[in-house]
Design a protein around this ligand. Structure first.
Ligand code: UD1
Length: 367
């Protein structure tokens, strides 16, 4: 019997772990799994609503770590997660993505000689000012099994000296969740409640420190939104970090005055899927949304200078536009004037990544 501890902490982790835990539960004779939530995200809209929408069983343990500076948050998770591993001896710790919880659980498991499987390994933005890039590099250097979503990710790992047998190309597990929930999302009433017509609005998300923590940058992005919103309304679910920065910089009144920029609370998975899948254009700085829009063929402008997901540009609908208001506006208006460009669905983004992930973990287990 393999004892596996699956770890999640923040919003983008939940959609990655959902199909993995479900697949593990289909193998009760061979796998006993526990789900640990670090509590990095704790608001109902950032955490609980995802467990409900994605039908993930309640976590077996919630470490209730909460917010803090990166070192502080990481350290608190490490201390609490050591206790988890002492109380629940495990053969594997499975971590997903690139948040602080991913890094913290990985370091603890490595120090306690527990094998680590990293889902979404090998992605690189090559931008070390991004906290997630540090998390990815450290996690991958310690993990025993590197489960990659795309071939470029495997190439990055080989270039860094990782030996081939540790790397398994399994595809993109977020897309398992996307495919499983497309029908269920049709029940969402979000378009009616915001009085939106399909393809007659843009959807926006913004939360990266590089976009929201500097007043001038954030204000420049709002300049661009105001111009785009003259053409099509923009629906903007506001992340808690962004809400806090808008208030702190005194910019919140300015956005609220614009009738065609519709601010909402962060949305649950199904409402947000219903929203962006019916939008004409997505503007975002999220990682996962670049992938989801690629699969659904929705044009996506990413407000960053780089991406760890280049396949969404080479094969998908994504374009990098940075955070300069002129380039954001120019690219958005160009998209609104054209028909969308056809996209290809990347290899193994097929809805079956979780089966390959759990198979790979079983195959890499001795005996
Ligand atoms: C984290 C991840 C980021 C991911 C994002 C998605 C890291 C380094 N960053 O960034 O990769 O894209 O989640 O949301 O792990 N807050 C709340 N309620 C919550 C959680 C946070 O109000 O439930 C507020 C707190 O003021 C907190 C701030 O948001 O200080 C930032 O939260 P944190 O978890 O530190 O980072 P995110 O910006 O959410």
């Amino acid at each position: 019997m393999l004892r596996i501890i699956n770890v999640v902490g923040a919003r983008p982790n939940f959609m990655k772990i959902a199909p993995v835990t479900e697949e593990m539960r289909r193998r009760p004779a061979r796998i006993e799994s526990l789900l640990v939530h670090t509590g990095q995200h704790y608001d109902e809209s950032m955490s609980d609503s995802f467990f409900e929408d994605l039908q993930i069983p309640r976590p077996d343990l919630n470490l209730e770590i909460g917010s803090g500076s990166h070192p502080e948050q990481t350290a608190r998770i490490m201390i609490a997660f050591e206790r988890v591993l002492l109380n629940h001896p495990a053969d594997w710790v499975v971590v997903v993505g690139d948040v602080n919880s991913t890094l913290a659980a990985t370091i603890v498991a490595a120090k306690m000689n527990v094998r680590i499987a990293h889902v979404e390994a090998g992605l690189r933005s090559r931008d070390r000012t991004m906290p997630e890039e540090i998390n990815r590099v450290v996690t991958d250097s310690l993990a025993d099994l590197l489960l990659t979503p795309s071939r470029d990710a495997g190439e990055n790992l080989v270039r860094e000296g990782v030996t081939g047998e540790k790397i398994k190309f399994v595809g993109n597990v977020m897309i398992d969740t996307l495919f499983r929930n497309m029908d269920r999302a049709k029940d969402s009433r979000i378009l009616d409640s915001l009085k939106l017509e399909p393809r007659r609005f843009c959807a926006m998300t913004l939360h990266r420190p590089s976009n929201v923590d500097d007043k001038e940058t954030l204000s420049g992005i709002l300049d661009a939104l105001e111009i785009i919103a003259e053409h099509l309304p923009i629906v903007f679910p506001v992340h808690p970090r962004t809400r806090d920065r808008l208030v702190h910089f005194g910019l919140d009144e300015r956005v609220r005055r614009q009738a065609s920029i519709v601010l909402t609370e962060p949305l649950g998975y199904l409402d947000f899927l219903r929203l962006y899948s019916n939008s004409r254009l997505v503007l975002t700085d999220s990682g996962g949304i670049q992938e989801e829009t690629t699969v659904l063929g929705i044009p996506c402008l990413t407000l960053r200078e780089n991406t760890e997901r280049p396949i969404t540009i080479t094969e998908g609908t994504n374009q990098l536009v940075g955070n300069n208001p002129v380039s954001i506006t120019r690219a958005a208006l160009a998209v609104l004037e054209q028909d969308s460009r056809p996209a290809r669905i990347p290899e193994l983004w097929d809805g079956h990544a979780a089966v390959r992930i759990v198979d790979a973990i079983e195959e890499a287990s001795p005996g």
